[in-house]
Ligand binder design. Structure first.
Ligand code: ADP
Ligand code: MG
Length: 231
Protein backbone atom coordinates (compact mmCIF):
# COMPACT_ATOMS: atom_id res chain seq x y z
CA UNK A 1 0.00 0.00 0.00
CA UNK A 2 1.26 3.50 -0.78
CA UNK A 3 1.88 6.00 2.01
CA UNK A 4 -1.09 8.17 0.99
CA UNK A 5 -3.51 5.22 1.26
CA UNK A 6 -2.14 4.20 4.67
CA UNK A 7 -2.47 7.74 6.03
CA UNK A 8 -6.04 8.06 4.71
CA UNK A 9 -6.97 4.75 6.28
CA UNK A 10 -5.53 5.74 9.67
CA UNK A 11 -7.40 9.07 9.63
CA UNK A 12 -10.64 7.39 8.53
CA UNK A 13 -10.40 5.22 11.64
CA UNK A 14 -10.16 8.36 13.76
CA UNK A 15 -6.51 7.76 14.70
CA UNK A 16 -3.57 10.16 14.52
CA UNK A 17 -0.75 7.80 15.48
CA UNK A 18 0.31 5.11 13.02
CA UNK A 19 0.81 1.63 14.40
CA UNK A 20 4.44 0.57 14.12
CA UNK A 21 3.76 -1.83 11.19
CA UNK A 22 1.82 0.93 9.40
CA UNK A 23 4.78 3.25 9.87
CA UNK A 24 7.11 0.61 8.37
CA UNK A 25 4.80 0.18 5.41
CA UNK A 26 4.79 3.93 4.81
CA UNK A 27 8.60 4.01 5.00
CA UNK A 28 8.88 1.02 2.64
CA UNK A 29 6.69 2.76 0.09
CA UNK A 30 9.43 5.42 -0.06
CA UNK A 31 12.05 2.69 -0.63
CA UNK A 32 13.40 3.02 2.91
CA UNK A 33 14.68 -0.41 3.97
CA UNK A 34 13.10 -1.75 7.17
CA UNK A 35 13.95 -4.97 9.01
CA UNK A 36 11.78 -8.03 8.30
CA UNK A 37 8.61 -8.14 10.38
CA UNK A 38 5.16 -9.69 10.60
CA UNK A 39 2.12 -9.00 12.80
CA UNK A 40 0.69 -12.11 14.44
CA UNK A 41 -2.23 -12.85 16.74
CA UNK A 42 -1.24 -16.21 18.21
CA UNK A 43 1.81 -18.17 19.34
CA UNK A 44 1.27 -20.59 16.46
CA UNK A 45 1.40 -17.71 13.98
CA UNK A 46 4.45 -16.28 15.76
CA UNK A 47 6.20 -19.63 15.26
CA UNK A 48 5.41 -19.56 11.55
CA UNK A 49 6.68 -15.98 11.31
CA UNK A 50 9.89 -16.95 13.11
CA UNK A 51 10.60 -19.54 10.41
CA UNK A 52 10.46 -16.86 7.74
CA UNK A 53 12.30 -14.15 9.67
CA UNK A 54 14.87 -16.22 11.57
CA UNK A 55 16.31 -15.82 15.09
CA UNK A 56 17.17 -13.74 17.08
CA UNK A 57 13.84 -11.91 17.15
CA UNK A 58 12.11 -9.09 18.94
CA UNK A 59 8.44 -9.17 19.98
CA UNK A 60 6.49 -5.93 20.37
CA UNK A 61 2.93 -5.19 21.29
CA UNK A 62 0.86 -3.51 18.56
CA UNK A 63 -1.85 -1.32 20.07
CA UNK A 64 -3.34 2.08 19.19
CA UNK A 65 -3.50 2.76 22.93
CA UNK A 66 0.15 2.07 23.75
CA UNK A 67 2.74 4.61 22.66
CA UNK A 68 5.63 3.70 24.95
CA UNK A 69 5.67 -0.04 24.51
CA UNK A 70 8.51 -0.93 26.87
CA UNK A 71 6.86 0.99 29.73
CA UNK A 72 4.17 -1.70 29.84
CA UNK A 73 6.42 -4.71 29.19
CA UNK A 74 5.41 -4.61 25.54
CA UNK A 75 8.89 -5.26 24.09
CA UNK A 76 10.81 -8.54 24.45
CA UNK A 77 14.24 -8.53 22.81
CA UNK A 78 16.78 -11.20 22.00
CA UNK A 79 14.35 -14.08 21.55
CA UNK A 80 16.72 -16.85 20.46
CA UNK A 81 14.66 -19.98 19.82
CA UNK A 82 11.16 -21.40 19.73
CA UNK A 83 11.06 -22.10 23.49
CA UNK A 84 11.96 -18.49 24.23
CA UNK A 85 9.48 -17.37 21.60
CA UNK A 86 6.64 -19.15 23.42
CA UNK A 87 7.63 -17.90 26.86
CA UNK A 88 8.32 -14.34 25.67
CA UNK A 89 4.99 -14.21 23.83
CA UNK A 90 3.18 -15.32 27.01
CA UNK A 91 5.00 -12.90 29.29
CA UNK A 92 4.54 -10.02 26.83
CA UNK A 93 0.77 -10.58 26.75
CA UNK A 94 0.59 -11.04 30.52
CA UNK A 95 2.65 -7.88 31.22
CA UNK A 96 0.63 -5.76 28.82
CA UNK A 97 -2.72 -7.05 30.13
CA UNK A 98 -1.59 -6.22 33.66
CA UNK A 99 -0.01 -2.82 33.01
CA UNK A 100 -2.41 -1.57 30.32
CA UNK A 101 -5.63 -3.51 30.99
CA UNK A 102 -7.82 -1.28 28.82
CA UNK A 103 -5.55 -1.16 25.77
CA UNK A 104 -6.98 -2.53 22.53
CA UNK A 105 -4.54 -5.09 21.17
CA UNK A 106 -4.11 -5.50 17.40
CA UNK A 107 -1.43 -8.17 17.64
CA UNK A 108 2.24 -8.78 18.24
CA UNK A 109 4.95 -7.57 15.91
CA UNK A 110 7.57 -10.26 15.29
CA UNK A 111 10.67 -8.46 14.09
CA UNK A 112 14.21 -9.22 13.11
CA UNK A 113 16.58 -8.30 15.96
CA UNK A 114 19.07 -5.63 14.91
CA UNK A 115 22.68 -6.23 16.05
CA UNK A 116 24.09 -3.56 18.38
CA UNK A 117 25.87 -0.61 16.79
CA UNK A 118 26.02 3.18 16.88
CA UNK A 119 22.52 4.62 17.36
CA UNK A 120 21.23 7.66 15.54
CA UNK A 121 17.86 9.40 15.43
CA UNK A 122 16.17 10.74 12.31
CA UNK A 123 13.08 12.83 12.79
CA UNK A 124 10.74 15.39 11.30
CA UNK A 125 8.70 18.11 12.96
CA UNK A 126 6.30 20.42 11.19
CA UNK A 127 7.18 23.90 12.36
CA UNK A 128 4.29 26.41 12.21
CA UNK A 129 6.58 28.99 10.57
CA UNK A 130 9.17 27.01 8.61
CA UNK A 131 7.11 23.98 7.66
CA UNK A 132 8.60 20.49 7.67
CA UNK A 133 11.92 20.44 9.51
CA UNK A 134 14.16 17.39 9.47
CA UNK A 135 16.28 16.39 12.46
CA UNK A 136 19.36 14.22 12.76
CA UNK A 137 21.24 13.32 15.89
CA UNK A 138 23.35 10.74 17.66
CA UNK A 139 21.08 8.48 19.64
CA UNK A 140 20.78 7.30 23.20
CA UNK A 141 22.62 9.16 25.90
CA UNK A 142 24.24 11.60 23.45
CA UNK A 143 20.92 13.03 22.30
CA UNK A 144 19.39 13.14 25.77
CA UNK A 145 22.31 14.70 27.62
CA UNK A 146 24.35 16.43 24.94
CA UNK A 147 21.46 17.60 22.72
CA UNK A 148 23.75 16.74 19.83
CA UNK A 149 21.22 17.32 17.03
CA UNK A 150 21.05 19.24 13.77
CA UNK A 151 17.90 20.63 12.12
CA UNK A 152 17.26 21.59 8.46
CA UNK A 153 14.19 22.88 6.74
CA UNK A 154 12.85 20.39 4.16
CA UNK A 155 13.40 19.56 1.38
CA UNK A 156 16.79 18.15 2.30
CA UNK A 157 18.84 16.67 -0.55
CA UNK A 158 21.23 13.78 -0.07
CA UNK A 159 24.19 16.21 -0.11
CA UNK A 160 22.55 18.50 2.46
CA UNK A 161 21.83 15.45 4.58
CA UNK A 162 25.54 14.50 4.48
CA UNK A 163 26.24 18.06 5.63
CA UNK A 164 23.92 17.54 8.60
CA UNK A 165 25.61 14.27 9.56
CA UNK A 166 29.15 15.68 9.59
CA UNK A 167 27.95 18.58 11.75
CA UNK A 168 27.02 16.58 14.85
CA UNK A 169 29.71 16.52 17.53
CA UNK A 170 29.54 12.75 17.70
CA UNK A 171 30.39 12.40 14.01
CA UNK A 172 33.69 10.57 14.72
CA UNK A 173 31.58 7.70 16.11
CA UNK A 174 30.22 7.26 12.57
CA UNK A 175 33.31 8.05 10.51
CA UNK A 176 35.63 5.65 12.32
CA UNK A 177 37.18 6.50 15.65
CA UNK A 178 40.29 4.92 17.19
CA UNK A 179 40.32 2.00 14.83
CA UNK A 180 36.56 1.42 14.65
CA UNK A 181 35.30 0.89 11.09
CA UNK A 182 33.62 3.78 9.27
CA UNK A 183 29.86 3.31 9.16
CA UNK A 184 27.45 3.81 6.25
CA UNK A 185 26.80 7.57 6.47
CA UNK A 186 25.76 7.57 2.80
CA UNK A 187 22.84 5.27 3.60
CA UNK A 188 21.89 7.50 6.55
CA UNK A 189 21.99 10.53 4.23
CA UNK A 190 19.58 8.73 1.89
CA UNK A 191 17.34 8.00 4.87
CA UNK A 192 17.31 11.65 6.00
CA UNK A 193 16.53 12.84 2.50
CA UNK A 194 13.74 10.24 2.09
CA UNK A 195 12.19 11.34 5.39
CA UNK A 196 12.30 14.91 4.09
CA UNK A 197 10.51 13.80 0.91
CA UNK A 198 7.81 11.99 2.89
CA UNK A 199 7.23 15.17 4.92
CA UNK A 200 7.02 17.42 1.86
CA UNK A 201 4.70 15.08 -0.05
CA UNK A 202 2.39 14.29 2.89
CA UNK A 203 1.34 17.52 4.64
CA UNK A 204 -0.95 15.49 6.90
CA UNK A 205 2.09 14.11 8.75
CA UNK A 206 2.92 16.24 11.76
CA UNK A 207 5.83 14.28 13.18
CA UNK A 208 8.17 11.40 12.30
CA UNK A 209 10.49 9.81 14.82
CA UNK A 210 12.85 7.00 13.80
CA UNK A 211 14.49 6.30 17.11
CA UNK A 212 16.80 4.51 17.27
CA UNK A 213 18.29 3.74 13.88
CA UNK A 214 21.31 1.44 14.19
CA UNK A 215 24.05 2.20 11.66
CA UNK A 216 26.33 -0.50 10.24
CA UNK A 217 29.31 -0.68 7.92
CA UNK A 218 26.71 -1.37 5.27
CA UNK A 219 23.23 -0.02 5.72
CA UNK A 220 21.21 0.58 8.85
CA UNK A 221 18.25 -0.84 10.79
CA UNK A 222 15.21 1.20 11.82
CA UNK A 223 14.45 -0.20 15.28
CA UNK A 224 11.42 1.90 16.21
CA UNK A 225 9.24 4.19 14.08
CA UNK A 226 6.59 6.67 15.12
CA UNK A 227 4.55 8.70 12.64
CA UNK A 228 2.00 11.16 14.01
CA UNK A 229 -0.64 12.92 11.91
CA UNK A 230 -2.13 16.36 12.37
CA UNK A 231 -5.38 16.45 14.30
P1 ADP B 1 9.24 1.85 22.85
O1 ADP B 1 7.83 2.01 22.38
O2 ADP B 1 9.31 1.52 24.30
O3 ADP B 1 10.10 3.02 22.47
P2 ADP B 1 10.97 0.28 21.08
O4 ADP B 1 10.40 -0.36 19.87
O5 ADP B 1 11.81 1.49 20.87
O6 ADP B 1 9.78 0.55 22.10
O7 ADP B 1 11.80 -0.83 21.85
C1 ADP B 1 12.51 -0.51 23.03
C2 ADP B 1 13.99 -0.82 22.86
O8 ADP B 1 14.17 -2.20 22.57
C3 ADP B 1 14.65 -0.09 21.69
O9 ADP B 1 15.02 1.22 21.99
C4 ADP B 1 15.83 -1.01 21.41
O10 ADP B 1 16.88 -0.78 22.34
C5 ADP B 1 15.25 -2.39 21.68
N1 ADP B 1 14.73 -2.95 20.40
C6 ADP B 1 13.48 -2.87 19.93
N2 ADP B 1 13.36 -3.45 18.72
C7 ADP B 1 14.58 -3.93 18.41
C8 ADP B 1 15.12 -4.63 17.27
N3 ADP B 1 14.37 -4.98 16.23
N4 ADP B 1 16.43 -4.95 17.31
C9 ADP B 1 17.19 -4.60 18.37
N5 ADP B 1 16.75 -3.94 19.44
C10 ADP B 1 15.46 -3.59 19.48
MG1 MG C 1 11.44 3.47 21.04
Amino acid sequence: MGAKRILEMVLSQGRTVLLEPEAYEALSSYSIPVPKYQVVTSIKEAEMASEKIGYPLVLKIVSPDIIHKSDVGGVKVDVRDVEQLRSSFDSLMADVRQKAPNARIVGVLVKEMAPKSVEVVVGMLRDPTFGPTVMFGLGGVLIEIMKDVVFRIAPVSREEALGMIVKVKGYPLLSGFRGSKPLDVEAVADLISSVSRIAVENPVIDQIDLNPVLVYERGFAVVDARIILKV
